[in-house]
Design a protein around this ligand. Structure first.
Ligand SMILES: *Cc1c(COP(=O)(O)O)cnc(C)c1O
Length: 389
């Protein structure tokens, strides 16, 4: 194993730190699962919408208004794909999406027979703006039939202007809320949440669609279960994207723990914010760890500093991750896809890094990350003078 960085003479507290992983998921314990697993022993109903999954869906739906339907699925990537398929869009048409997102968003677009059209994001919220889509309707290399907006790392967009865009243009709008389990409280736009182990409410693998559109909910449900609709007759091209009763058991235990765990996420996030307060060059997403919680700590560094800082942190045993790399559009899988101007996305890709974060990150670990980050930023030298000075 490598030895980690040498303490600098002006930092008496800095010491070689143990390798610190960028994430350390915590799912329900065996003890918490046991009562639900015992129910499985009694019912011997292991999949196909048994009592545990049905109860899990009902409890998820309780988080929204009474008009909202919840449809669980194997993962968020499948959820996004099946939802786009259920929208019956013209095959080969363009689906606008932010270039700053995880690859799953674009994979879902392609799997649904559409062409990803990457658009730029807003520098403050890291989100696609409805006006950008509106502007793109003119210059796009083909007809745009849908837009996917993404809640980056769990920060929810304001949905009102998206509803207006849908109304005005007839575009279908879908929300990739994969990381937004906490912040998503209403789904006037169909929204897909991930329950992957690395997300804030993890069950291992899983996801769900939340929507007030009951027809869409039925159409997605049918696509998760061979096109069946109450009988064993298949009505539409479909797949199998069901969750098992085991997933339902983990989901119920995870929801039992959620009120407490949400507070633990908040507490840890607040400690991280406090520890980095003296580093004004480190920017958080609006409301991160205060108004909403998420499982990753993606911070924005000075323009272009991500690679250099990352190298220094890694050398000190602090693992980092560029969760969305240099932007989704830079992945070889999407090299041929059309895109608009991506200035802000490129800038984010070169300046955002994910720091180590976990629900139980302790004060010592947080302090170690903070001092390693301070030193790494220091080593960059002074920032360029502000323009015009
Ligand atoms: C995690 C994530 C996904 C993928 O979710 P899975 O459940 O793993 O398929 C999709 N989009 C975004 C924005 C994500 O963060």
């Amino acid at each position: 194993m490598a030895s980690y960085g040498v303490a600098r003479s002006n930092d008496l507290l800095a010491k070689p730190c143990a390798p610190m992983p960028v994430a350390r998921p915590e799912l329900p314990t065996a003890e918490a699962l046991l009562p639900y697993l015992r129910r499985l022993d009694e019912t011997r109903w292991y999949s196909n919408f048994g009592p545990l999954l049905t109860e899990f869906e009902a409890r998820l739906a309780d988080r929204f208004g009474p008009q909202t339907h919840v449809v669980t699925c194997a993962n968020a990537t499948q959820g996004l794909t099946l939802c786009l398929q259920a929208m019956d869009l013209p095959q080969g048409s363009l689906c606008a999406l932010p270039a700053y997102t995880f690859v799953a968003t674009a994979h879902a677009v392609i799997a649904a027979g559409l062409v990803p059209y990457f658009l730029d994001v807003d520098p403050d919220t890291w989100m696609l703006q409805p006006q950008t889509v509106r502007d793109a309707l003119q210059g796009a290399p083909g007809p745009i039939s849908a837009a996917i907006l993404v809640a980056p790392f769990g920060l929810m967009p304001d949905l009102a202007p998206w509803l207006a865009l849908r109304e005005e243009t007839g575009l279908q709008v879908l929300l990739d809320a994969a990381a937004a389990f906490d912040d998503l409280q209403a789904a006037p736009v169909p929204a897909v949440v991930s329950l992957h182990a690395t997300k804030v409410l993890g069950i291992g693998e899983g996801g769900f669609l939340a929507t007030t559109d009951d027809i869409l909910a039925q159409r997605v449900r049918q696509r998760t279960t061979y096109g069946f609709r109450g009988s064993r007759e298949s009505h539409i091209p479909a797949t199998n994207a069901k969750l098992s009763e085991y997933a339902g058991a983990v989901g119920l235990a995870a929801l039992d723990g959620w009120p407490h765990n949400r507070l633990r996420w908040l507490r840890t996030a607040q400690a991280v914010r406090a520890a980095l307060l003296h580093l004004p060059q480190v920017g958080f997403q609006p409301g991160w760890g205060a108004n909403w919680v998420t499982s990753v700590c993606s911070v924005r560094l000075p323009d272009g500093a991500a690679a250099a800082v990352e190298e220094k942190l890694n050398a000190r045993g602090v693992e980092t991750r560029r969760w969305w790399g240099l932007g989704c559009h830079t992945n070889p899988a999407f090299a041929g896809c059309p895109h608009g101007d991506l200035t802000e996305t490129d800038r984010l890709g070169a300046s955002v890094i994910g720091l180590p974060f976990a629900i139980d990150l302790d004060f010592e670990q947080i302090g170690a990350v903070a001092s390693a980050l301070a030193e790494s930023l220091d080593a960059l030298g002074p920032p360029p003078p502000p323009e015009g000075s």
